[in-house]
Design a protein around this ligand. Structure first.
Ligand SMILES: [Zn+2]
Length: 446
């Protein structure tokens, strides 16, 4: 017998170009939080299952203005930067790091402060419809474990990284690993602590190898981190060709691109997620495809710091693995809805170009527009594939990670396809009624 049945209309990706809508369906979920089957009203068992679930109080009945969507997967977030989200986005990347970000992250040496911030941040992610997040922590072991604990307590699927930044030339004295040896030791301790936590819970909590970015680390650290990733079979996260400055740094120091540096140290694997990539070349993209490494597209952050637009449509067409990230606090809100919208807007600007003094024929990059279905795919299936999780879809065999959203507009009768578009464009935090992970409620709007 089903443990939980949901009755209502849902939207889910069919593939990267199409979204399916299913009206008035039943979604059946077992005790382990897996979707076992979905039934249309024409199914013979439909009435029986609906009635049984209602009588035994295992039914979630959506109201006529409510819709069910998969939970979103945020592939790139800096959890400790939550207190400064929305600040100083008019500064260049290097200034933003040195004047705002590093001083704030240094405060996480205090694990009480970490608990205070992370408790709120995990709640914020869930309340924005995000059910899985791949997160950077700080260089502090205890604070990162606190982030993992808060995620478990509140029910977020969490991939948590202990940041490594040990290059004295590019990191401040007050916030860096004292040496590559201490950084590697701390990372291994962190891995063991997260494994111990994971053993005691049914929640997803995974340690992530996290070299910050090419400028901030030494060769010894990269070699050691790559060994740890292999030894413990762990995901890797970092930044890749994020901006002119960062992309140029790798060329200056190593004479090659970020992608080649990371590959040299064996850090590009099918479990790797590299953020941004606005400056990646064809050769870089080919190598990433060969390694099956995912790019976390962070369209809001890229507007401020990226010095370019990631050509998402080209990446999808060529078969690069790609998902979506909010990049708190390079992005200002932990909302993948906002990033879905920005991904589409940025792609339209890439197509048209922005300098109207140039002839229209040379102003933009032709055929770069992406659709809502493309962007929704990135936020759901793209992210799930990157993390090798069976979630991101509402379909049998997938984890029951979803959000119930309220649609407030009733002025005009719309098709399901139109309702989906409007939900994607207009849903804000206050419109998200409840959020579930593995069939368990993890957030309810008050
Ligand atoms: Zn980032």
């Amino acid at each position: 017998m089903e443990n939980l049945v949901i009755h209502g209309t849902y939207f889910t990706s069919k593939n990267m170009n199409e979204v399916e809508s299913h009206e008035d369906h039943l979604i059946c979920i077992d005790r382990c939080g897996t979707i076992t089957r979905t039934l249309s009203p024409t199914n013979d068992e439909y009435s029986q299952i609906l009635n049984d679930a209602r009588q035994t109080e295992r039914l979630i009945e959506l109201k006529t203005n409510q819709y069910l969507l998969p939970g979103f997967i945020d592939l790139h977030v800096h959890a400790p930067q939550w207190p400064q989200a929305g600040l100083a986005l008019d500064l260049p990347l290097a200034d933003w790091l040195n004047h705002y970000t590093f001083p704030l992250e240094a405060k996480f040496a205090d694990s009480h402060y970490a608990r205070y911030v992370y408790q709120d941040f995990v709640h914020q992610l869930l309340s924005h419809g995000t059910t899985t997040a791949m997160m950077f922590g700080t260089i502090h072991n205890d604070a990162n474990v606190e982030l993992a604990r808060q995620s478990i307590m509140q029910g977020l699927r969490a991939f948590v990284g202990q940041v490594v930044m040990d290059n004295p030339e590019q990191t401040p004295e007050y916030y860096r690993n004292q040496s590559s040896t201490t950084a590697l030791h701390a990372t291994e301790q962190f891995i063991k602590k997260i494994f111990a936590l994971a053993k005691k819970t049914s929640s997803t909590v995974v340690p992530v190898i996290t070299p910050r970015f090419v400028p901030s680390r030494t060769d010894e650290a990269l070699t050691g981190l790559s060994q740890l990733a292999r030894q413990y079979d762990l995901p890797v996260q970092s930044h890749l060709s994020e901006s002119d400055w960062e992309h140029g740094y790798a060329i200056k120091r190593f004479g090659i691109h970020d992608t080649a540096v990371m590959d040299h140290f064996h850090l590009l694997t099918k479990k790797s997620v590299m953020a941004h990539g606005t400056q990646l070349t064809e050769d870089d993209l080919t190598l990433l495809r060969q390694r099956e490494t995912t790019i976390a597209h962070c369209p809001i952050s890229n507007i401020y710091f990226g010095n370019g637009v990631l050509p998402v449509r080209k990446l999808l067409a060529h078969g690069n693995s790609i998902g979506l990230g909010s990049d708190i606090s390079g992005g200002y809100l932990p909302s993948l809805y906002h990033n879905i919208r920005q991904a589409i807007k940025s792609s339209q600007m890439l197509t048209d170009g922005v300098d109207s003094s140039l002839p229209a024929t040379v102003r933009g990059v032709k055929d770069s527009r992406i659709t809502m279905a493309n962007a929704f795919y990135l936020a759901t299936v793209g992210g799930a594939k990157a993390l090798q999780l069976k979630t991101g879809k509402i379909a049998p065999g997938f984890q029951a990670d979803f959000q119930i959203v309220n649609d407030h507009q009733t002025l005009m009768k719309l098709s399901s396809a139109d309702i989906f578009q409007r939900l994607m464009y207009q849903t804000e935090q206050q419109d998200i009624q409840s959020v579930y992970v593995a069939g368990k409620k993890v957030y309810e709007r008050e």
